[in-house]
Design a protein around this ligand. Structure first.
Ligand code: MOS
Length: 735
């Protein structure tokens, strides 16, 4: 199905199953420990040996010699993979560095060996006996120091890195009121609960990978490039995933080394990264330096806006697009967005939880707060004043597909009691706590991506959906079942959803908040064909045929779906393609975050006391799973504001805090009751389902709302994330 014009009425509009807060259909399996995660699929490979990865202890340089003899001789050891015996390996274009180092080392903890043994403990012990002699080289590990050498990156999948509209510098120089803020955000680690893990087995020249991965087809493609084997010889399976956040968009060393280990010892091999290997062996969100300048008239209307961003990466791999939201969020005739990238020898920086927007809001939305204060306009009002219903770079000929930022702001302000906020900072106290409120907008671009699915009706009237789509904890199984149930007029429990096998039709996968909308649209498209096939089989006109209560009916005639299917059943398969819909319409989902914090006047500790997010994201396919995603993303955004930070050792080039004891993510005690409100909206220009992406919206903006609330509480304006107590203590009055 080609999506070329706005969606008309469809069976989805009935809202009998879609739009209801169904529990996740995989929920019971997950909470009862019966959902098979990659490392637990022992039944498929009962005699698997264990592999443990040895990582480089230098960040850049050369391996002179690897001595594996002591490891080889250790109890239980079956073999050791290094670049010496691994054979020729390619590099996937989607990786900044190779999955196995040697003789060159590209980053700290890059894999240099895999030790395979009968038990995990034997492999772990023997891994310590691998001796590597290195010649380290001089590396670049400090973004601020390398910023002057940063260059303009190539145009990538998100278009050119720079955009200029009108004359920013001239308009900014002439503006009645200006603000100018420079910010830094640190490197972040995905730190999903389930580390990267794979069991690999060879059946002749066929490679089977039971792994934890967000994008099955990419995994097949990249494994094929690296190992130099044809894609049809590779089978990837990833039905349950314990979180990804972008860290599992691409195949990683656990899978590649498990495959090499299994080939070496002629047995299946299982490899899980140790928690301490996740930050340096895999990818992370790169640090940024950002400067935002806004010029406005005394009426509060923005006339000029600039967002400049610098990030670094290994081998100039990819830049963090921190200006993404600023291209679209506010009106203003004179605009400048730039992205620059510096060469660093830190591990690969790559996509994580709303790449670009998540950190871009952290500067833009704080500068908006400063502008509101300078103008003496309420921060909610300032955002309403500068709303724009079309792409402000392209003009009215590219309208938004739908945009309800103003509605989110106004509804949120009402519900949160925003009118009670004292705009003068440092005025409200609760014992030793200084209390403040902050607000921020949320915009997350709404990409859509080609996706394919197959739907089968069997002789019992039951439906099976097959697609290589993944469920990374988000609810894909459930919303795809709801979509098929609605389309075919059957109860939800008559639908079975099978996902994440590479022999199923190729989906969009899970990423960039395109997964739910795009993959459900493919199930819709396949169901449209299935309905047509069933009508034709019955000799009826499909336009006159209704699918309700497990039956199809037309012109007074009726057939049960079991009868309609016949003994062999009927299958349909289709791909959704989005044509130029992204060109014609600016597409994003929107929200408004409201936060109340308390800052302790003696310790400088910030506690978030109240949180409200109001969002719109087109049709909400399942309010429960959508709310859960927003909640989780908001918690992650609070983490970004207050605690998440990979600390760089700038001498030796690695992330020091590489476990969950030292890389702080918020825990339940850090997150107060969080209110999530989703306003009604249908977006007929986004997809046939009139839905938009919701998965990464919640992390956009909330961290800035925390910062703005800290300012309102204390009068202290922080610009270096995260806002830890030490940074506040410097500015708090002495006790
Ligand atoms: Mo998302 S960072 O594209 O998994």
């Amino acid at each position: 199905m080609k999506f070329t014009a706005p969606a008309g009425p469809s069976p989805i509009d009935q809202g009998k199953v879609v739009g209801h807060p169904h529990d996740r259909i995989d929920g019971r399996a997950k909470v009862s420990g019966t959902a098979p995660y990659a490392y637990e699929r022992n039944q498929l490979a009962p005699n698997a040996a264990y592999g443990v990865i040895v990582g480089s202890t230098i960040a850049t340089g050369r391996i002179n010699r690897i001595d594996t003899s002591r490891a080889q001789a250790a109890p239980g050891v079956l073999g050791v993979v290094t670049y010496k015996n691994a054979g020729k390996l390619g590099k996937a274009r989607t990786h900044a560095a190779r999955m196995l180092a040697g003789p060159n080392v590209e980053h700290y903890d890059q894999s240099v060996a895999l030790v395979v043994a009968e038990t995990f403990e034997q492999a772990r012990d023997a891994a310590k006996l691998v001796q590597v002699d290195y010649t380290p080289a001089q590396g670049r590990y400090d973004l601020a120091a390398e910023k002057p050498n940063a260059k303009m990156p190539k145009a990538g999948q998100f278009g050119p890195p720079d955009s200029k509209t009108g004359d920013f510098e001239g308009a900014f120089a002439r503006a009645a009121v200006t603000v100018d803020g420079t910010f830094s955000t640190p490197d972040h680690s995905h730190m999903m609960l389930e580390p990267h893990a794979t069991i690999a087995a060879w059946h002749g020249d066929q490679l089977l990978l039971w792994t934890s991965n967000q994008m099955i087809a990419w995994a097949v493609h990249d494994t094929s490039e690296i190992l130099g084997i044809r894609p049809e010889k590779i089978h990837v399976s990833s039905p349950f995933i314990g979180g990804g956040f972008g860290g599992k968009l691409w195949i990683r060393s656990d899978a590649i080394l498990a495959a090499l280990g299994a080939r070496l010892v002629k047995r299946p091999v299982k490899v899980a990264l140790l928690r301490s290997q996740v930050p340096n062996n895999t990818s992370h969100r790169p640090a940024t330096i950002q400067r935002v300048r806004i010029g406005a008239g005394t009426d509060g209307k923005i006339q000029s806006i600039a967002h400049e961003s610098w990030s670094g990466n290994l081998n100039s791999f990819r830049e963090e697009r921190a200006g993404s939201q600023t291209k679209l969020l506010y009106a203003g005739a004179n605009r400048l967005i730039t992205h620059r990238m510096a060469e660093l020898d830190l591990p690969e920086g790559n996509a994580m939880r709303a790449p670009g927007e998540a950190v871009g809001h952290l500067s833009l939305e704080v500068v908006m707060d400063e502008l509101a204060e300078k103008l003496q306009i309420d921060p909610v009002q300032l955002r309403v004043l500068n709303d724009v219903q079309y792409d402000p770079e392209k003009g009215p000929e590219r309208p938004f597909s739908s945009r309800k930022l103003v509605e989110c702001m106004e509804e949120g302000a009402k519900r949160f009691g925003w009118s009670k906020r004292n705009p003068k900072p440092g005025q409200v106290r609760d014992g030793d706590w200084m209390i403040g409120m902050g607000v921020a907008s949320a915009l997350r671009n709404n990409p859509t991506k080609e996706s394919e699915a197959r739907v089968r009706l069997d002789k019992h009237g039951k439906i099976t959906v097959e697609s290589d789509m993944t469920d990374i904890g988000t609810g894909s199984y459930t919303i795809l079942a709801q979509t098929a149930a609605e389309m075919m007029g059957v109860p939800l429990h008559h639908v079975t959803v099978k996902l994440a096998e590479s022999h199923y039709p190729v989906s969009c996968g899970s990423g960039g908040q395109f997964g739910g909308n795009s993959s459900a649209s493919s199930v819709y498209a396949a169901c449209v064909l299935l309905r047509a096939a069933l009508a034709q089989k019955a000799g009826w006109q499909v336009e006159e045929t209704e699918f309700v209560d497990g039956k199809m009916s037309a012109g007074g005639k009726s057939l049960s779906l079991a009868e309609a299917a016949g003994p062999k059943g009927v299958t349909a398969q289709d791909k959704i393609e989005f044509g130029d819909s992204q060109k014609k319409w600016a597409q994003a989902s929107f929200g408004a975050h409201f936060v109340e914090v308390g800052v302790h006047r003696i310790t400088g500790e910030t506690r978030v006391r109240r949180v409200l997010g109001v969002f719109t994201a087109g049709r909400i396919l399942n309010p429960k799973t959508a709310r859960s995603q927003l909640l989780g993303a908001m918690a992650q955004g609070i983490g970004g504001a207050l605690c998440e930070e990979l600390v760089v050792d700038k001498r030796h080039g690695y992330f020091v805090n590489h476990d969950l004891a030292e890389y702080h993510v918020p825990v339940h005690a850090d997150i107060p009751h969080t209110e999530v409100v989703i306003l009604e909206e249908l977006d007929d220009k986004s997809s046939p389902l009139k839905a938009k992406g919701v998965g990464e919206l919640g992390i956009c903006g909330i961290g800035a709302a925390v910062g703005n609330a800290i300012y309102n509480a204390t009068g202290i304006r922080l610009r270096d994330y995260p806002f830890t107590p030490d940074k506040l203590l410097e500015h708090l009055p002495p006790v």
